[in-house]
Design a protein around this ligand. Structure first.
Ligand code: TMP
Ligand code: ASP
Length: 239
């Protein structure tokens, strides 16, 4: 099953999307470009594109096997993957297990507090507005999704959290928080889309609490490349 790469449809901050000969399938190509703070900070994390591609695919295959529908179709190369063409629901869905980042800042608490129950929040995906935080009723008012779709998205997001926490615990990593995006296929089915990588998750070593994610770049901690490689090594072994 081959997918011919045709014209570029879109270029985002971390990925490019290309058409294929199949109207239901597109190719995503992961870049090494890194941005933070809505694109204000720019840089490169060498090797990140290949790691994020392979890590996302590994996790999406495992989520799919556990009953969460995803956009994943086929890994084509180190950096490129065929995925179902979807229209992205313009919401960033953020799940948190441990306080960090904007949660710690907004509510004036320290990082590292383990919650009794995971939290969910939504941001409106809109770069000009800086992805503002919104609630379910705002999302309905803005017609970003229907009530049924929001219920489905929330249900999948918590299931993804349970599954990912388990996968990552096996390799000595605590899943602090992460961001998901969902898409709608041509028949209206909601599927998990975008990526699951150290760009979109906070990943802390369970014993040393060392940050193994994009916070190394956001906060100028150094060692971003090594952190991404470490997560990849633990997740994939010698594959
Ligand atoms: P936050 O603490 O900055 O709100 O981030 C929560 C999680 O969402 C964290 O794992 C990083 C991820 N994230 C993205 O993937 N993209 C974004 O644009 C933002 C702001 C956060
Ligand atoms: N990738 C996002 C941006 O460039 C934010 C982030 O991950 O911190 O704004």
């Amino acid at each position: 099953m081959g997918f011919e790469k045709r014209e570029q449809l879109y270029e985002g901050k971390a990925k490019k999307v290309y058409a294929t000969g199949d109207p239901e399938v597109v190719i995503v190509s992961y870049k090494d470009d890194a941005t933070a703070f809505n694109g204000l900070k720019k840089g490169t994390i060498t090797g990140k594109g290949a790691i994020n591609n392979r890590m996302t695919n590994n996790l999406m295959r495992r989520l799919e096997a556990a009953g969460v529908p995803t956009h994943y179709v086929q890994e084509l190369s180190d950096r490129e993957t065929a995925v179902k063409k979807v229209s992205i629901v313009p919401l960033e869905v953020i799940i948190r297990n441990i306080s960090a980042g904007s949660f710690a800042k907004r509510y004036g608490v320290s990082e590292g507090i383990l919650f009794d129950t995971p939290t969910i929040e939504f941001s409106y995906k809109n770069d000009e507005l800086g992805d503002p935080l919104i609630n379910r009723y705002h999302a309905l008012a803005l017609k970003l999704a229907t009530a049924e779709e929001l219920d489905q998205i929330q249900d999948y997001a918590f299931r993804v959290n349970d599954l990912l926490r388990g996968f990552l615990k096996e390799i000595g990593i605590d899943l602090v928080d992460f961001k998901l995006e969902f898409g709608k296929t041509s028949d209206g089915t909601i599927v998990l889309a975008d990526e699951i990588s150290p760009d979109t998750c906070r990943l802390w070593d369970e014993t040393t609490h060392e940050k193994l994610d994009k916070d190394r770049f956001r906060r100028d901690l150094g060692g971003a490349e090594e952190a991404y490689e470490e997560v990849m090594r633990r997740l994939m072994g010698d594959q």
